[in-house]
Structure formats: structure tokens, C-alpha cells
Design a protein around this ligand. Structure first.
Ligand code: DOR
Ligand code: ZN
Length: 352
């Protein structure tokens, strides 16, 4: 049987939610990843260090017994986030970045930033103190085609920002386009990107294959096949400024299978296995460890993890559903076979 042992990886972008659902999704992430950058788009959003500390305590309390997992907290930027809030974040030691959601871009982004220029002082303080900015890179102008929103964001917001505040460390989250791959490759070394497993595997055709596929709807939306290929090339390239971020984003089944379905793909149940599949398909399995376990830690100036995980090539069928608080969520690849399995992980889901 083929086995692959790598240094314990980290997930540099995940949604863990809150309340009754938190423990249900956290167990998947904590079984694979030593640490994760936890998104702050709760309702209400995590806008202060005090709220982040309270959320962190709820995450730690929801861990399965014996799990060792460190949540890396983030703050949600609003038009009113002050430089003093950045100082508090820095002093507290648990905050590892601030997330820019352009207002209205995605789930729970209503309180996000309406105009980045309102945050000049706050971003300057982040640059001074070395606190990274995590960016949801899409313009929100309804007049811009949904497939063009990332590329337009690069031209109108991100490139000017990186020029204006060159000392700011920026993670361009969940990149989806060839333009984003090229932007990061050409940018200075304080600019990096995360890449999701679904954007490595799927192009937008998958959204409409045989009918409308609500479980493949996410933001930024899946793009074209040439975009997917550019992302895969970047991920397997060994370039240190591309790294793993699943963007696993659970929603209850009824909220996805709806006349107005929520954006988000759940991948935490196979958060490293799905990348192994993509890297293997590209003939690049030996490059997985650096992408999953080295590049992100180095960029965030954190030590690489000690310990390892082992993946075995042993097919398994993804359950139709997993518990999600009092609801059920439908995981990506439900009912399909995955080639790689995490050694030692208990399987099992629910009939959805
Ligand atoms: O598809 C998405 N789901 N994109 C986001 O930016 C947010 C996320 C969520 O929180 O559900
Ligand atoms: Zn996200």
C-alpha cells in the first residue's frame, strides 16, 4: 500500500463556525492540521481582540479529548477598526491577521469595509507591527460580472494597496484566477496566496454538470479550466508564497439546497486528502509537504510543526452527510470515492 508521511500541516484559511456546529466541523480540521487560521465572519463578526479571545476559548473547549490543535485567530476589519485595536491585537499574542471582507462580498460580510481608503491609518499600523492582512479579493460592484470580480479587484484595489503600503504583509486568500497567480508571483515577498482544494480540482463547468450543483457554489466562484490549470501549476511549483488554505465553509444542507443557496464548500473531512489527490494527478506528490506544512508557517513567521501525519492510498467513500449541530451538512465529494485516507482517522457520517 502506498503511504505518504509528511510534517503535520496547517490550514491557513478555515471557517469553524460557532455554537452547536463548532465541534462537528472542528474534529475534522483538528485530526489533520496542527493549526488553522480561523475566519472571523461569525454573526456578529469577531471585530475585537476580546471577542477573538472568547471565540478561541470556545474552540479550545470544543476540541475532541486529547486533540492538540492551535486556533490562530483573526480580526474582522470594519470601516471603524482603529490603530489602537491593532495594538491590542499585537499585545494579546493570539491574533495572526486581520481579514478584509469588502462589504457585501460574501457570507456575513455586511459589516465589512466599504472603502479601503478609510483604513489607511489602521493598515499602516498593521504594516508597522507586522500583522498580516488576509484579503477576500473581489469587487462587489453589481455591474461587474461575477467571474471578473477577482481580476477587477487586483487592478482597482489590491495592486494599488500593495504599492501604497509596501511594508504590509498580505495573504491573497483563496485565489481563483490566472491573473491572481501571476499577480502574486510578480509581487514583492510580503505578498502570498492560499489555494483551496476545490479550485485546484474544479472549473465552473462543474457547477452546471447535468443540472445546478448548489454544493459546488462558493465565493469566489469556480473559474475556467485555464484558471484551474494555472492554480494547480502554482500549487505544485514549490514557490514559497503559495500555500494551503482549504476555505472549508460549512452550511446546513437546507441552506445550500435552497432557492437562494449559501456560498461555501465543505472540505474539512478530507482537508489534506483532497490536496494529495490533486498533487498526485499533477505528478507532484513530493511537493505536497512544502505546500501544506512549510510555506505558510514560514510566511506567518511561525515555527514549522513537529510531528507527522501519514496518508495511505486506500479508497473510501465520503458519507452522504455529517452532523452539523442539529442539522446535517453535505461534504464535498459526498458519495464519491477518495483515493487517499488519513491513517488512524475514525470514519463515519450520517445518512443525509
Ligand atoms: O464560499 C464562501 N463561503 N466564501 C466566503 O468567502 C465565505 C464562506 C462562508 O463563510 O460561508
Ligand atoms: Zn473563507
Amino acid at each position: 500500500m502506498m503511504r505518504l508521511t509528511i510534517r503535520r500541516p496547517d490550514d491557513w484559511h478555515v471557517h469553524l463556525r460557532d455554537g452547536a456546529a463548532l465541534a462537528d466541523v472542528l474534529r475534522h480540521t483538528a485530526a489533520r492540521f496542527a493549526r488553522a487560521i480561523v475566519m472571523p465572519n461569525l454573526a456578529p463578526p469577531v471585530t475585537t481582540s476580546a471577542a477573538a479571545a472568547a471565540y478561541r476559548a470556545r474552540i479550545l473547549a470544543a476540541l475532541p479529548p486529547g486533540a492538540t490543535f492551535e486556533p490562530l485567530m483573526t480580526l474582522y476589519l470594519t470601516d471603524r477598526t482603529t490603530p489602537a485595536e491593532i495594538d491590542r491585537a499585537r499585545a494579546g499574542g493570539i491574533i495572526h491577521g486581520c481579514k478584509l471582507y469588502p462589504a457585501g462580498a460574501t457570507t456575513h460580510s455586511d459589516a465589512g469595509v466599504t472603502d479601503i481608503r478609510r483604513l489607511d491609518d489602521t493598515l499602516a499600523r498593521m504594516a508597522e507591527t507586522g500583522l498580516p492582512l488576509q484579503v477576500h479579493g473581489e469587487v462587489t460592484d453589481a455591474g461587474v460580472d461575477v467571474f471578473d470580480r477577482e481580476a477587477r479587484f487586483i487592478d482597482t484595489v489590491l495592486a494599488p494597496l500593495v504599492d501604497r503600503v509596501p511594508a504590509l504583509r498580505v495573504v491573497f486568500e483563496h485565489i481563483t484566477t490566472r491573473e491572481a497567480v501571476e499577480f502574486v508571483r510578480g509581487a514583492h515577498e510580503g505578498v502570498a496566496a492560499t489555494i483551496t482544494p476545490h479550485h485546484l480540482a474544479l472549473s465552473r463547468n462543474a457547477l452546471f454538470a447535468g443540472g445546478l450543483r448548489p454544493h459546488l457554489y462558493c465565493l469566489p466562484i469556480l473559474k475556467t479550466e485555464p484558471d484551474r490549470r494555472a492554480l494547480l501549476e502554482a500549487a505544485v511549483s514549490g514557490h514559497p508564497r503559495y500555500f494551503l488554505g482549504t476555505d472549508s465553509a460549512p452550511h446546513a444542507r437546507h441552506a445550500k439546497e435552497s432557492a437562494c443557496g449559501c456560498a461555501g464548500i465543505y472540505s474539512a473531512h478530507a482537508g489534506i486528502e483532497l490536496y494529495a489527490e490533486a498533487f498526485e494527478a499533477a505528478g507532484a506528490l513530493p511537493r505536497l509537504e512544502a505546500f501544506a506544512s512549510h510555506h505558510g508557517a514560514d510566511f506567518y513567521r511561525l515555527p514549522r510543526n513537529s510531528g507527522t501525519i501519514t496518508l495511505v492510498k486506500s479508497p473510501w467513500t465520503v458519507p452522504a452527510g455529517y452532523p452539523f449541530g442539529e442539522h446535517v451538512l453535505v461534504p464535498w465529494r459526498a458519495g464519491e470515492t477518495l483515493a487517499w485516507r488519513l491513517a488512524n482517522e475514525p470514519q463515519g457520517g450520517v445518512a443525509a
